[in-house]
Design a protein around this ligand. Structure first.
Ligand SMILES: NC(=O)c1ccc[n+]([C@@H]2O[C@H](COP(=O)([O-])OP(=O)(O)OC[C@H]3O[C@@H](n4cnc5c(N)ncnc54)[C@H](O)[C@@H]3O)[C@@H](O)[C@H]2O)c1
Length: 404
């Protein structure tokens, strides 16, 4: 397959490098509004060509388009790519508008094109473990779950938004936390086969006073930096997610973490590990989720008295719960990321396109990972009013065996 990538900023390279290694990818072209960034990617990853614009890339004969632009821009570009007859891989979130999500689903349904959202939490080791255990019935009925995405602004986000937003970076750095809900929601619903039906959310108004999260400056009119949402699920259960951007927590230590409470067993993950408990006792299962630590790429945070094996997010390895047997041999030893997720996401998209099947995180699943946050944001703006969450159904049955 031939891939065209729109947006070659800070994150695109981690997946582009993997598609370059994939035996079923024959060509990769790129474009960026900042031409030097596309040229730099061409050089660094040995790609095939640079396009002058997204229009030119969409008019080319690529089979699939990868959207790696800023988080509030995906919906419109995805719709244009689908209209051009291309399969699509989109960075998270799917969109920040319920109307665009509905339009993407309608277009994928009508055309049969592949749509995939690259939610890393779906392959987070704790989520892989919980998905398998819950499906096997080991937890009994899971009636309550929690997902957190804990990423402090002072841990890299100021520099990232300055790179991304240029002179007006403060206007974009105020991006509402609940419009980036998928690392928390996607981890819970990536393990639990249900979806959210209503939400009540509370936003914490920022008080740093540095012009970020200031409604007068924010292009999103947003002053919430931390948010907590309480969802009702279609199976009668409860999900709570947290999106924290002002929080005293180091980078790289389980920024996404999950807890599942079942009638027969409970899994609780924290910054430093995880336990599995039942009526007989409690077991430390942290080592199942270890991946090789951040020192591998020089981004290890300062940790005192903590086993460096606990540092995960930028790891180059996989965890014990990851079954790598389906991955191309070219991925052995290749750079990885987000606790071992990148290899699986890159391969999922190639498998979906080459086998003409919808991937695990298809448009319908992506909507269930994304829309709850959009409605949670609306709830927070109404002081926590409980609001219904639209749902677009299960979508086509995914042959999960094709992704094992
Ligand atoms: N864990 C994860 O899943 C994860 C981690 C990091 C980033 N992301 C997502 O990846 C996306 C990219 O993040 P990033 O940090 O690389 O952002 P970035 O701002 O560094 O890069 C985006 C690039 O897209 C370019 N761009 C924007 N609109 C364009 C257009 N119309 N045509 C061509 N180029 C265009 C910009 O010039 C910029 O270089 C974001 O949506 C982010 O949310 C996901």
């Amino acid at each position: 397959m031939r891939i065209g990538v729109i947006g070659t900023g800070q994150f695109a390279g981690s997946l582009v490098g993997l598609w370059k290694l994939h035996p079923d990818v024959t060509r990769i072209t790129v474009t960026d509004l900042v031409a030097e960034r596309a040229a730099e990617h061409l050089q660094r990853y040995g790609l095939d060509a640079v396009h002058d614009s997204a229009e030119e890339l969409l008019a080319s004969d690529c089979d699939a388009v990868v959207v790696m632009t800023q988080r509030w821009t995906h919906g419109e570009l995805v719709l244009r790519a689908l209209e051009a007859g291309k399969h699509v891989y989109s960075a998270v979130p799917m969109s920040i508008s319920a109307d665009e999500i509905e339009a993407i689903i309608a277009m994928v349904d009508r055309t049969g094109l592949v749509y995939m959202m690259g939610e890393t939490s779906y392959y987070n080791p704790a989520v892989v473990y919980a998905r398998d255990s819950i499906a096997a019935g080991d937890f009994g009925r899971v009636f309550y779950s929690e997902g957190d995405y804990v990423h402090d602004m002072d841990n890299g986000f100021y520099a990232a938004y300055q790179f991304s937003g240029g002179a007006d970076w403060k206007a974009t750095a105020s991006y509402p936390p609940m419009l980036y809900p998928t690392h928390a929601v996607g981890g819970v619903l990536g393990a639990l086969p249900t979806y959210a039906t209503s939400v009540s959310c509370i936003g914490v108004v920022d008080d740093r006073g540095d012009g970020v999260f200031d409604r007068a400056v924010s292009m999103f009119d947003n002053d919430f930096s931390n948010m907590s949402a309480h969802f009702k699920l279609a199976d009668g259960g409860v999900m709570r997610t947290n999106e924290f951007r002002r929080v005293g927590h180091p980078v790289g230590v389980h920024e996404s973490r999950f807890r599942f409470y079942g009638t027969d067993a409970v899994m609780e993950q924290s910054s430093t590990g995880a336990t599995l408990s039942d009526r007989e006792g409690i077991r430390d299962i942290s080592e199942l989720f270890y991946t090789s630590h951040a020192e591998a790429d020089g981004s290890a945070p300062q940790l005192t008295g903590i086993d460096p094996a606990l540092v995960h997010s930028f790891s180059s390895g996989s965890a014990k719960v990851h079954d790598r047997s389906r991955l191309p041999e070219q991925y052995e030893g290749a750079p990885n990321g987000h606790e071992g997720a990148h290899h699986f996401l890159a391969d999922d998209f190639v498998r979906a396109v080459t086998r003409r099947t919808q991937p695990p995180i298809n448009a319908w699943v992506a909507a269930r990972f994304t829309l709850p946050g959009i409605i949670a944001q609306a709830s927070a703006l109404s002081d926590g009013e409980r609001l219904p969450i639209p749902d677009f159904g299960d979508g086509p049955t995914v042959d999960l065996a094709a992704f094992r």
